[in-house]
Design a protein around this ligand. Structure first.
Ligand code: AMP
Length: 283
């Protein structure tokens, strides 16, 4: 695996690829890699000649400076995992390389989807996500961008940004990879102590409860029950929402047909966990 720190160097490498090796798959990450990230590398390798991964803890997407300061960094282990997975290039820029001094950041028109859920609780977060992904896509110019469904709303936001900024780049979304006990893998899980790690399971239990119990009609009580369940297990809940899977519009009365997604964001002490689950239609 070739490790590159500078944009110009990465462009040189990619320009020099033989024409028979020109289908590039790109997996952007913030590091502290786990099997969720590596599943995206495998997915990219299956269909593409060359796989580029980036590791960059993007400051503009953190609305909480403590979260940024405590974001785990495990670069040696990350390099080992990417090498094992057969990744071809790792782009590892410094902050100044992606945000040159005196450069002003773009603003993206993202509409309704930026105002809800993560957008509501983390103001400015999705602007920061779009700024960095837009810059990385312009640099790598991949055939396909690979993202994880674990960040459901982020996938929709980036898809929206790409329709105007990068209409020719494809998007592939990989399934959420979970620990054996069901906890969605996340770099932030490293910050959980032993007690919190056990409590963390309650997130998927709450989502599975919704998945099992949902039926056509009013879904408000189900949301309340799931919220109470998490609160009774030591969480501070930002949201539990049941929404249309294609628009993220909250659903109050379900017709039993519209595909739904249940989404959750909740704090276990200082660590904020998010997860989601697709809810199957009936009949
Ligand atoms: P991050 O490093 O958290 O910014 O994530 C980088 C990419 O990996 C994003 O597209 C995430 O959605 C994806 N990802 C993170 N966790 C998982 C997971 N458990 N399963 C699948 N993809 C994931």
């Amino acid at each position: 695996m070739i490790i590159v720190k500078y944009k110009t160097a990465l462009q040189q490498y990619l320009k020099k690829l033989p024409s028979s090796f020109n289908k590039v798959g790109f997996v952007p990450t913030m590091g502290a890699l786990h099997e969720g990230h590596i599943s995206l590398i495998h997915l990219a390798k299956k269909e593409h000649d060359v796989v580029v991964c980036s590791i960059f803890v993007n400051p503009t997407q953190f609305n909480n400076s403590n979260d940024l300061a405590k974001y785990p960094v495990t670069i040696e282990a990350d390099i080992e995992k990417l090498t094992q997975a057969g990744c071809d290039f790792l782009f590892l820029p410094a902050v100044d390389e992606m945000y040159p001094p005196n450069e002003t950041n773009k603003h993206y028109e993202l509409g309704y989807i930026e105002t809800i859920l993560e957008g509501f609780y983390r103001p400015g977060h999705f602007q920061g996500v779009c700024i960095i992904v837009d810059k990385l896509l312009a640099l790598v110019q991949p055939h396909t961008l690979f993202l994880g469904r674990k960040d459901y709303q982020q996938c929709m936001i980036i898809q929206k940004m790409m329709t105007t900024a990068h209409p020719n780049i494809h998007l592939t979304i990989g399934d959420t990879i979970r620990e054996k006990d069901g906890l969605a893998m996340s770099s932030r899980n490293m910050r959980l102590n032993a007690t919190e790690r056990l409590q963390a399971l309650k997130i998927i239990e709450a989502l599975q409860y919704i998945q099992q119990q949902i039926k056509p009609g009013n879904v408000t009580i189900l949301k309340k029950q799931a919220t109470l369940f998490l609160e009774n297990n030591g969480y501070k809940v930002d949201y539990i929402e049941i929404a249309a899977a294609s628009t993220l519009q909250p659903v109050l009365e379900w017709d039993g047909k519209v595909p739904l997604v249940a989404l959750v964001a909740a704090y276990l002490n200082e660590v904020r966990l998010i997860d989601n689950i697709i809810l199957k239609s009936v009949g």
